[in-house]
Design a protein around this ligand. Structure first.
Ligand SMILES: [Zn+2]
Length: 211
């Protein structure tokens, strides 16, 4: 059996199990999704949003990219954010990074990863430059990477708060609550790092006053 055929076989047995437990399961899900959460995570195969949070299909709307970035020119991310906030009306947006992130490690090197990876990693290098004073004092490679993972999560959370999508939802709907988390590959635990409740002030230059 080829590797991808195993996926299809496992899918059939999973669907069967779900129906045995709850005959209406797929009927219900097919008609409605009302997730309370938007998850912005890393594409890393070891950090699946549903499994590590014990949630089921239908509970979390998910966007993943290399190193869980919120890039203001990323039409994909902004479309997901817009849909989640304005149509699904999510109450919480979670940016979840993870220790040992390959994207963060790559950004810390001087290696030419070629376009378009260089373009993407440059956003992470910018986070390093913002926090260079603190980071340049860390000599241990793993500690440096993990601290940049944390700082990157907090910067991406602030990037969310800079969007008019979030600012408008904060102003008119008093949601969503933003959460910055880091997942530990070694222990499977999520560490909350930073929270932004609706109305949290950011650098005033980024605040729209005519929403
Ligand atoms: Zn990663």
């Amino acid at each position: 059996m080829k590797s991808y055929e195993k996926l299809l076989r496992e899918n059939r047995s999973w669907a069967q199990q779900m129906i045995e437990k709850d005959p209406q399961y797929f009927d219900r899900l097919a008609h409605l999704q009302t997730p309370e959460f938007l998850w912005i995570g890393c594409s890393d195969s070891r950090v699946p949003a549903n499994e590590i949070t014990g949630t089921q299909p239908g509970e979390i709307f998910v966007h993943r990219n290399i190193a869980n970035m919120v890039v203001h020119t990323d039409v994909n991310l902004l479309s997901v954010l817009n849909y989640a906030v304005n149509h699904l009306k999510v109450k919480h947006v979670i940016v979840c990074g993870h220790y040992g992130c390959g994207g963060i490690k790559a950004a810390l090197t001087n290696h030419d990863y070629k376009q378009v990876l260089n373009m993407w990693l440059r956003n992470i290098k910018d986070v390093y430059r913002l926090h260079e004073k603190e980071l340049s004092k860390i000599n241990d490679e793993e500690k440096l990477c993990n601290r940049l993972v944390e700082l990157n999560v907090t910067e991406q959370l602030i990037h969310l708060a800079k969007t008019s999508i979030i600012q408008r939802a904060w102003k008119y709907h008093d949601r969503p609550h933003l959460h910055g988390w880091v997942y530990g590959l070694k222990d499977g635990l999520i560490k909350p790092l930073m929270d932004m409740v609706p109305g949290t002030r950011i650098d005033s230059l980024y605040e729209y006053d005519d929403l």
